[in-house]
Design a protein around this ligand. Structure first.
Ligand SMILES: NC(=O)C1=CN([C@@H]2O[C@H](COP(=O)(O)OP(=O)(O)OC[C@H]3O[C@@H](n4cnc5c(N)ncnc54)[C@H](OP(=O)(O)O)[C@@H]3O)[C@@H](O)[C@H]2O)C=CC1
Ligand SMILES: O=C(O)[C@@H]1CCC=N1
Length: 263
């Protein structure tokens, strides 16, 4: 019996599996993945040495805990095909799909936890939230916490918050990658080598984020510390304001929240 099985072996499953194995929470021999694509299964076997199943029903029967890591659009047909009858814990990372929907698609009383991790799991810097379903107990939540703590920080939340959280921390890495790419482009425009500009931007992002977390100061106060009177920074900020940068970010995040509610 495998300790942990993943239905779906795409980007997020891969990041979690790599993080979990690197942290030594589970040995590759304790993890399995299910995916209809033999190419993907071979990749997972070659990269991580995990067990593979082309049929999800066999995967579920052979795993104690199952992480649902498929696209939300196909969850219904995938779960309806499962025919297990023993007690299992499902941890869903699917955006926008409630534990209630999942519980209705799975055999009665199946324990379901909803989680929202993010891509930095790959480098042990994930930010994950977990929410209990109707049939889970504290042991189930403790196990989910341990799994996600092996790849970063974990908070327990009420499920009603997860769509908003997904739009901040689930999708958030993509927003920051866009900003980092734009900063590197600006560096190139100003004559810097692209790799060097990207390194400067990425380290600056890490340092700035740590300042927020470690000083507890409001970001506006930290921004003021960087903005010398009559200096260069205020000219950049003025242009960002003209381009409604903060409004644009808020509108984008709101679109992600709405999409999750419409899933
Ligand atoms: N990417 C992220 O940063 C995050 C994603 N999530 C959630 O994780 C889930 C997966 O996202 P992501 O990894 O990005 O998506 P991917 O498309 O990379 O992964 C989904 C995988 O499931 C496979 N698949 C398709 N059909 C089946 C099936 N019947 N049985 C098993 N596997 C199947 C897909 O194969 P194929 O491509 O061949 O169809 C693909 O490999 C989503 O629900 C998303 O909301 C949550 C947090 C962050
Ligand atoms: O784009 C998505 O739907 C997923 C959810 C959070 C991050 N990626």
């Amino acid at each position: 019996m495998f300790k942990l099985g993943f239905i779906g072996s795409g980007n997020m499953a891969g990041a979690l599996i790599k993080g979990i194995i690197d942290s030594k929470l589970y040995d590759p021999s304790e993890i399995a993945v299910g995916d209809p694509s033999q190419i993907k299964l071979n990749e997972m076997l070659n990269m991580y040495g995990v067990g593979t199943y082309s049929d999800n029903d066999s995967l579920v029967r052979n795993c104690e805990t199952i992480v649902l890591a498929i696209k939300p659009q196909i969850v219904e047909p995938v779960l309806k095909k499962l025919s297990f009858s023993d007690s299992k814990l499902f941890i869903s990372i699917l955006s926008g799909i409630t534990t209630k929907t999942l519980e209705n698609l799975l055999p009665a009383k199946t324990r379901v936890i909803r989680a929202m991790p993010n891509m930095p799991a790959l480098v042990h810097k994930a930010c994950t939230v977990i929410a209990a379903g109707a049939h889970t107990d504290t042991c189930d939540m403790q196990l989910a916490k341990e799994i996600f703590e092996s790849v970063g920080v974990v908070d327990t939340v009420d499920e009603s918050e997860i769509n908003a959280i997904a739009a901040i921390s689930g999708s958030g890495p993509a927003y920051f990658y866009l900003i980092l790419e734009a900063m590197a482009d600006a560096g190139v425009q100003a004559g810097l080598n692209r790799e060097f500009a990207l390194k400067l931007a990425a380290h600056t992002a890490i340092g700035s984020a740590r300042m927020v977390l470690e000083t507890g100061e409001h970001p506006a106060a930290l921004k003021d510390m960087v903005t010398s009177p009559g200096g260069t920074t205020i000219d950049a900020l003025y242009e960002f304001e003209k381009g409604s940068l903060r409004y644009t970010i808020m509108t984008g995040v709101k679109a992600a929240v709405l999409k999750a509610y419409n899933s």
